[in-house]
Write a protein that binds this ligand. Structure first.
Ligand SMILES: [Zn+2]
Length: 71
C-alpha cells in the first residue's frame, strides 16, 4: 500500500561526475539529458528506457510503477 512514486532523481554524469537533481515527468520518459557542467549529451544505456534508469539514483516513474505492482 505504500508504493510511493519518487519523482526526484539525482542524475550522475558519466563524463564529469556532476550530480544534478531532476524532477522526472510521471507520464513520459526522458530519453536525452544534457549535462549542465560539461554539456555531454547523455542517452540511455543498453535496454534502459530513459536517462533516469541509466544515470539516475531512482529509475523513472513508469519503471517504479511496474516494480511496485505485482503482476
Ligand atoms: Zn557532465
Amino acid at each position: 500500500m505504500s508504493n510511493e512514486i519518487i519523482r526526484e532523481s539525482v542524475l550522475t554524469c558519466p563524463e564529469c561526475g556532476a550530480q544534478t537533481k531532476q524532477t522526472m515527468p510521471t507520464d513520459s520518459c526522458q530519453y536525452f539529458y544534457q549535462c549542465p557542467e560539461c554539456n555531454a549529451l547523455l542517452r540511455p544505456k543498453g535496454k534502459d528506457c530513459c536517462v533516469f534508469c541509466s544515470y539516475g539514483s531512482v529509475p523513472c516513474p513508469p519503471v517504479q510503477a511496474a516494480m511496485g505492482s505485482t503482476r
